[in-house]
Design a protein. Structure first.
Length: 201
């Protein structure tokens, strides 16, 4: 891909790679590579990526490179919303260690490739709740319900029902190697295709 910087490099930077979320684009702007190689933090870090996703034209190509351990789920779902609303052809390549919220973003992409020796890890959420006892309980009850719903939706056809229960009810971690992920991704694609066929009937 003939790349150029997506914007002028500020004077206090020496490279586009200094950005928290490096983004490279082809000279004509029709191909973009977005590097998610730092844990998800502030939602604002991903606004440029989401803008590119949501303003893409049919025929544009956007590729994610994911190699991070997760982080802020709100930031991950911000990206996922951009993926779902994009007209581009979106792909994702996972390499190294991909965990937690980073696996959810990978699941949202229509096409997924996995580098050899990649490790996936799916687990329960973590948080630091503050406030009165009643407020904390109300918050945790809400997050529990939403996390179970989202986990079933995002990992459908990829994780088993038993694994989802282990994650959401028993705080267990599910570890997968590259071959595991490839096999389960193929199963997920077949599952999604079967659901679509059933809806179309």
């Amino acid at each position: 891909m003939d790349t150029m910087h997506i914007k002028e490099i500020p004077t206090n930077k020496t490279s586009i790679w200094d950005d928290y979320v490096p983004i490279l684009r082809s000279a004509d702007g029709r191909e973009t590579t977005i590097y998610l190689t730092e844990v998800f933090e502030s939602i604002a870090d991903y606004s440029e990526a989401v803008y590119i996703l949501e303003t893409a034209r049919p025929g544009d190509k956007i590729k994610f490179i994911i190699a991070n351990g997760g982080g802020n789920t709100a930031a991950a779902y911000y990206l996922i919303d951009g993926i779902n609303n994009s007209k581009a052809k979106i792909s994702c390549h996972c390499t190294g260690f991909v965990a937690s919220a980073a696996t959810v973003v990978a699941m949202a992409c229509p096409t997924l490739t996995i580098a050899d020796n990649t490790n996936f890890m799916c687990h329960n959420y973590a948080h630091n709740a503050g406030g009165s006892g009643a407020q904390i309980k109300e918050y945790v009850d809400f997050i529990d319900r939403e996390f179970i719903r989202a986990t079933k939706e995002e990992y459908s056809g990829f994780l088993t029902d038993e694994e989802i229960v282990l994650i959401t009810k028993h705080d267990k971690e599910v570890w997968l190697n590259s071959e595991d992920v490839r096999e389960r991704w193929a199963n997920r694609q077949a599952y999604i295709k079967a659901l679509k066929t059933k809806k179309d009937v």
